[in-house]
Design a protein around this ligand. Structure first.
Ligand SMILES: Nc1nc2c(ncn2[C@@H]2O[C@H](COP(=O)(O)OP(=O)(O)O)[C@@H](O)[C@H]2O)c(=O)[nH]1
Ligand SMILES: [Mg+2]
Length: 205
């Protein structure tokens, strides 16, 4: 695979349809209703926070964003699942096509955290075996007591409201996918190490 020269502007441009210097990756947001999937996507895509309930998504929706990862354009096609966000309601075909899954819970909502196990079973059953998986504890801006964190899946806290770690989530996923697509064994990338190094705490800033 070829490399494109690093350029900030290149990241803004859409991938050329037939360019092999641009990688397209499908990223899917999953998790209980109300955990902030749509807000996270809107924060990442538009840099804004949408408060309130008027944004309730219908069906399945996606947004494209091209990122420049060390000079390589990675076009993320981010799928936002919605509707009856219950287990087994997400079309299994979407799981199969996903290169990365962002599994969200709400740090202020115990039930959304307890459901993580069921979501993981679903993912284990239907997603690609090598899917990039990240667990995100969203609404980290909240001062509520935290529910317990898991450590067996790459994890970090985010806030669609304050923007905390939102860019980092997608950068980390894009980096991981880019490294895999380069298939260069001399280049290793450790997702959790990277996010540990780069992430900010909820109390930060
Ligand atoms: N405080 C706070 N509220 C959030 C955050 N993200 C989403 N919300 C709120 O949580 C509710 C559900 O968000 P939404 O994105 O629609 O959740 P979805 O059903 O998972 O797509 C909305 O009222 C949002 O304003 C966040 O990071 N912090
Ligand atoms: Mg939604």
């Amino acid at each position: 695979s070829r490399l494109t020269p690093p350029s900030a502007q290149a990241a803004e441009a859409e991938c050329c349809q037939h360019s092999n210097s641009c990688r397209t990756a499908a990223v899917m947001l999953v998790g209980d209703s109300g955990v902030g999937k749509t807000c996270l996507l809107v924060r990442f895509k538009d840099g804004a926070f949408l408060a309130g309930s008027f944004i309730s998504t219908v069906g399945i929706d996606f947004r494209n964003k091209v990122m420049n990862i060390d000079g390589v354009k990675v076009k993320l096609q981010i799928w936002d699942t919605a509707g009856q966000e219950r287990f087994r309601s997400v079309t299994h075909a979407y799981y199969r096509d996903a290169h990365a899954l962002l599994l969200l819970y709400d740090v202020t909502n115990r039930a959304s955290f307890d459901n993580i196990q069921a979501w993981l079973s679903e993912i284990h059953e239907y997603a690609q075996q090598d899917v990039v998986l990240m667990l995100l504890g969203n609404k980290a801006d909240s001062s509520h007591e935290r529910v317990v964190k898991r450590e067996d899946v790459p994890f970090m806290e985010t806030s669609a409201r304050s923007g905390l770690n939102v860019e980092l989530v997608f950068t980390a996923v894009a980096k991981e996918l880019k490294h895999r697509s380069m298939k260069d064994p001399s280049e290793t990338f450790k997702l959790q190490e990277y996010v540990n190094k780069e992430m900010r705490g909820a109390s930060c800033c």
